[in-house]
Design a protein around this ligand. Structure first.
Ligand code: UD1
Length: 340
């Protein structure tokens, strides 16, 4: 029997890479997405890569009836849910907190209600290392204290984890929450990557756009942090490694007892500074990235990288792609985008 997995937000950056890994491993993804921050052409790209077009429905998850219809028409077929759908821009969340809370919380609550109604138990949730804030100890493990979120976006991740945890006590669901560190890069085919509408929001697209000449200089936010070279340290991980972790997480969730809640860090375990990222990019691609040091960015944390031993041990999680491959794939994607 086909193993159908409902993937919310499955046309987004991490969602679409996960759909490919699901298909590679014999699952049948059913994508729902409201296209608020994704493009329907991603389906063509997935088809080119896998040779098969995944099932897709344009659904607004904030409308419970639309979601119920999806569960109803796939009754007894969905083996689990991977929940990516969320609005996710830190700056925008400060300007539109109600939109962020309403969207991210309502979608999650509606999804859990539908899962209860239709007896679907396993759910893998997209969380973030943002819940650790500026950690007291590095590498940061899942047992580290949760810090007050800097942004409404970050808080939606924390509150959604709380909702999932409380729901798992009262209802027979099986929750796995994955706390991603910094996913970067693109599919090795350069057919799929992160689409930007407007200026980028993360470091690596800023680096690649500077390398193309689209931007004169990369702004580095502070070189007076308490790190080896003074710039912030993060745990960058290839998006395809993150995607693969979801299949392990889904299989783990399926095997758990009802009423379970488990959290895993999904990071490489290595910390790289902003300057190290620039240097690695230059070495790997042979392209120069002019930069200037500017003021610290409000809300940035100094250093964060994962203790990923729990995921390695319990999820059989592996990172297969190193920093050079991550940056090379990001560069190939940037060049592919430029040709469109
Ligand atoms: C950001 C979010 C985080 C979210 C994550 C994934 C903030 C404060 N945090 O993480 O909540 O979970 O994305 O969506 O926005 N940098 C530069 N110059 C640039 C861009 C970035 O120096 O032009 C530096 C930043 O200061 C940081 C590092 O690069 O040290 C990585 O930044 P970024 O890619 O934005 O990710 P995070 O801030 O780690």
């Amino acid at each position: 029997m086909a193993k159908k997995v409902l993937v919310t937000g499955g046309l987004g950056y991490i969602g679409s890479h996960t759909v490919i890994e699901l298909m590679n491993q014999g699952y049948e993804p059913l994508i729902i997405d409201n296209l608020s921050n994704s493009e329907v052409s991603v389906l063509d790209r997935i088809e080119k890569i896998t040779g098969k077009r995944p099932e897709f429905q344009q659904i607004e998850m904030r409308d419970k009836e639309q979601l119920q219809e999806v569960f109803w028409s796939n009754n007894n077929q969905i083996v689990g849910v991977i929940h990516f759908a969320a609005v996710l821009l830190v700056g925008e969340s400060v300007e539109q907190p109600l939109h962020y809370y309403f969207n991210n919380l309502t979608s999650t609550i509606n999804l859990l209600e539908c899962m209860n109604e239709f007896d679907v138990k396993p759910i893998v949730f997209s969380s973030s290392c943002t819940v650790y804030g500026n950690p007291d100890q590095l590498p940061v493990s899942e047992n580290a204290p949760i810090k007050a979120a800097v942004s409404p976006y970050g808080n939606t991740k924390k509150v959604c984890e709380d909702i999932l945890k409380d729901a798992s006590v009262a209802h027979p669901i099986k929750v796995v929450s994955l706390r991603y560190f910094n996913p970067i890069g693109a599919h090795k085919s350069a057919l799929l990557g992160e689409f930007q509408s407007g200026p980028p929001h993360h470091l690596v697209p800023f680096i690649t756009e500077t390398a193309t000449g689209k931007r004169a200089k990369l702004n580095i936010f502070g070189d007076d942090w308490n790190t080896a070279d003074g710039t912030c340290v993060r745990d960058y991980i290839h998006v395809s490694d993150v995607a693969e972790a979801h299949i392990n997480a889904m299989e783990y969730a399926i095997k758990q007892d009802d009423n379970s809640f488990n959290v895993f860090n999904i990071g490489s375990g290595n910390g790289y500074s902003v300057l190290e990222m620039v240097k690695s990019f230059e070495k790997t691609t042979g392209k120069q990235v002019p930069y200037q040091i500017v003021a610290r960015r409000p809300g940035d944390v100094e250093a964060v990288y994962a203790d990923n031993t729990k995921a390695i041990k319990e999820l059989n999680f592996k990172t297969k792609r190193g920093i050079d491959e991550m940056l090379k794939s990001a560069w190939d994607w940037e060049q592919a985008l430029a040709k469109q």
